[in-house]
Design a binder for this molecule. Structure first.
Ligand SMILES: Cc1cc2nc3c(=O)[nH]c(=O)nc-3n(C[C@H](O)[C@H](O)[C@H](O)COP(=O)(O)O)c2cc1C
Length: 307
């Protein structure tokens, strides 16, 4: 069983949860962080981009998320050198993006529970690392198969699961629903993490006080607010300006200038979310001549707003 640092984990967000942000979230109390999804076929063909996605920066525990539908290629990924440094491997069965679904990967596997079972059990048998699964309530708009799917994951040998309380056809619309996630947690023994729209102490307390879930996974709620983990855990946490500077240090230690500039500017727009004139400041960040100026603009705006 994986040694979670806390029961609040960082959900994977493609384009955002690189090793620098994951390290920052770990420092801020995240119980586990996960890479964005990496193609098992991409690993098979040693695609150059997967190398960047699989960088680590001392965050621990850390999981690598893979996607695919071929049990043998998925198992090969679990055994690959590239994933050997990870504490855990997560299988993506929730991605709603058309190009993934069209290949019968990600959330498409919700439509074939037997194949999903085969993928998970083959991965589990291929490695001693814990294998987890992240999935949605179902595929079609109002479908909810999450209890059966959760039982299947447990029977296939998964160590824990994360359930996003929306269906594939919902994408990110509407409110995440937790009723059947709670029932799934009652019907299996492995830890269940609830996911979707959890961004405040009230959301967290509601879930923990009304269910047997082990914990929650937070994605968008951590953007611009990596302190959310310690905040919900009742621990002290750093102010935003210090977090931005720490974020920058972790990026500088791991990535080149071009990557840092495009990536951190996106994050800065989240860090300044909710302050007066956010739209104007966002524009200044994107048009600033270099990343140091963009950081100064964001920090100045945050400080002025908290006076
Ligand atoms: C920009 C973006 C990228 C995402 N990338 C992934 C991914 O790579 N793997 C995955 O399992 N889920 C991915 N998700 C889904 C999130 O992990 C999470 O399930 C979803 O955003 C709901 O949780 P939240 O409301 O806490 O963000 C992504 C979501 C967004 C918005």
């Amino acid at each position: 069983m994986l040694n979670f640092k806390s029961n609040i984990i960082l959900a994977p967000l493609a384009g955002f949860t690189d090793c620098a942000f994951r390290r920052l979230c770990t420092d801020c109390g995240a119980g586990l962080t996960v890479t964005e999804m990496v193609s098992a076929k991409g690993l098979h063909y040693q695609n150059a981009n997967t190398k960047i996605l699989l960088k680590t920066a001392g965050e621990s525990p850390v999981s690598a998320q893979i996607f695919g539908n071929d049990p043998h290629i998925m198992a090969e990924a679990c055994q690959s050198e590239a994933l050997s440094k990870f504490d855990c491997i997560d299988i993506n069965m929730g991605c709603p993006v058309p190009k993934i679904v069209k290949n019968f990967e990600g959330s498409a596997l919700l439509n074939d529970i037997n194949l999903a079972e085969k993928v998970i059990s083959t991965c589990v048998k291929s490695t001693t690392k814990p294998i987890s699964v992240k999935f949605r309530l179902g595929f079609k708009l109002d479908e909810d198969i999450c209890i059966d799917f959760a039982k299947m994951c447990e029977n296939a040998g998964a160590s824990f699961i994360t359930i996003h309380g929306r269906t594939r056809e919902q994408y990110y619309s509407g409110q995440a629903k937790f009723d059947n996630i709670f029932k799934a947690a009652d019907s299996i023994k492995i830890p269940v993490f609830a996911n979707g729209d959890i961004a405040s102490i009230d959301d967290y307390n509601f879930i923990m006080n009304n269910s047997n879930v082990y914990g929650v996974a937070i994605g968008r709620g951590a953007l611009g607010n990596p302190a959310i983990f310690n905040e919900l855990l009742g621990n002290p946490y750093l102010d935003k300006a210090s977090l931005i500077l720490k974020h920058y240090e972790y990026l500088k230690a791991n990535f080149d200038e071009h990557y840092i500039s495009t990536n951190l500017k996106k994050h800065l727009c989240y860090y300044i979310d909710g302050i007066d004139n956010a739209k104007y400041i966002r524009n200044q960040i994107f048009t600033s001549k270099d990343i140091d100026s963009a950081i100064n603009i964001a920090i100045k705006a945050i400080k002025e707003n908290t006076k």
